[in-house]
Design a binder for this molecule. Structure first.
Ligand code: NAD
Length: 251
């Protein structure tokens, strides 16, 4: 249980990849702090399962992030995972969706990091893990805000890595390909509309077409990478962007 005595905050941990990461960190002894939206009963059940506190905050708002970090207190492992997607051609991409996606998928990670780093520096140890995407390395049409935010978080991660390296803190990205979660399932209708395709066509000709394995990545595979980055064996892995995408970005 190599994370005993460490406190871990995983944003977007009420669902999908974030929940899998929270479970993996807890299994190694970390005290886990949950945040994200969901049905109150489902969140209460997760808190019970993980012995965790939950803070509800809209992380598209700077003040939402600031309240989250104030309630979370000292954090040793920070996983910036909360994210959203919107699929539309650039000329009809709603400006408010652009603003929200940049705020959540990029700016929130800056705000959590700036507020978590003082404690990590005092402790002489910290792990910052940013869940980016294959879309941090390559683009797809109709995803202007998401691709911009995910490319941006790689840059932020590199800066954090350089600034914090001597303090015993590492910052890295994990970049999954398509993982079967609500985020992917919910973009299917808009992709059908944007491309004039059926659901089956979107699944096989758009999503799985990207992945040489022709299979979705599992949330536990992304969580295993996050766990590895927390360990001593990863203390010299810093500023990197780890693909977990079945080979998508090798093309
Ligand atoms: P998900 O939709 O299952 O979970 C998203 C989480 O973010 C939820 O807990 C949700 O409540 C939270 N969230 C959404 N809006 C929020 C807001 N305004 N404020 C605070 N929290 C908010 O998504 P997922 O697929 O598990 O995605 C998690 C991360 O992984 C995202 O950053 C996403 O971009 C990235 N990712 C996902 C895939 C994929 O195929 N699923 C691939 C690559 C990268």
């Amino acid at each position: 249980m190599f994370l005993s005595g460490k406190r871990a905050l995983v944003t977007g941990s009420t669902s999908g990849i974030g929940l899998a990461i929270a479970r993996a960190l807890k299994a190694q002894g970390a005290e886990v702090l949950l945040t994200g939206f969901g049905e109150p009963e489902a969140i209460a059940a997760l808190c019970e399962e993980l012995g965790a506190m939950h803070v509800s905050a809209d992380l598209t708002l700077t003040e939402g992030v600031e309240r989250l970090m104030a309630e979370a207190g000292a954090v040793d492992v920070l996983v910036n995972n909360a994210g959203m997607q919107h699929v539309a051609p650039v000329e009809s991409f709603p400006p408010e969706k652009w603003d929200a996606i940049i705020a959540l998928n990029l700016s929130a990670a800056f705000h959590t990091a700036r507020l978590a780093v003082p404690h990590m520096k005092d402790a002489g140890w910290g792990r910052i893990i940013n869940v980016a995407s294959a879309h941090s390395l390559v683009a797809s049409p109709y995803k202007a805000a998401y691709v911009a935010a995910k490319h941006g978080i790689v840059g932020l991660t590199k800066v954090l890595a350089l600034e914090l390296a001597e303090a015993g803190i590492t910052a890295n990205c994990i970049s999954p390909g398509y993982v079967w979660t609500p985020l992917v399932e919910n973009q299917i209708p808009d992709t059908m509309a944007a491309r004039g395709m059926t659901r089956e066509q979107v699944m096989h000709d758009i999503l799985l077409a990207k992945q040489p394995t022709k299979k979705f990545v599992a949330v536990d595979e992304v969580a295993a990478m996050a766990l590895f980055l927390c360990g001593d064996a990863a203390q010299n892995i810093n500023g990197a962007n780890w693909s977990v995408d079945g080979g998508w970005t090798a093309e």
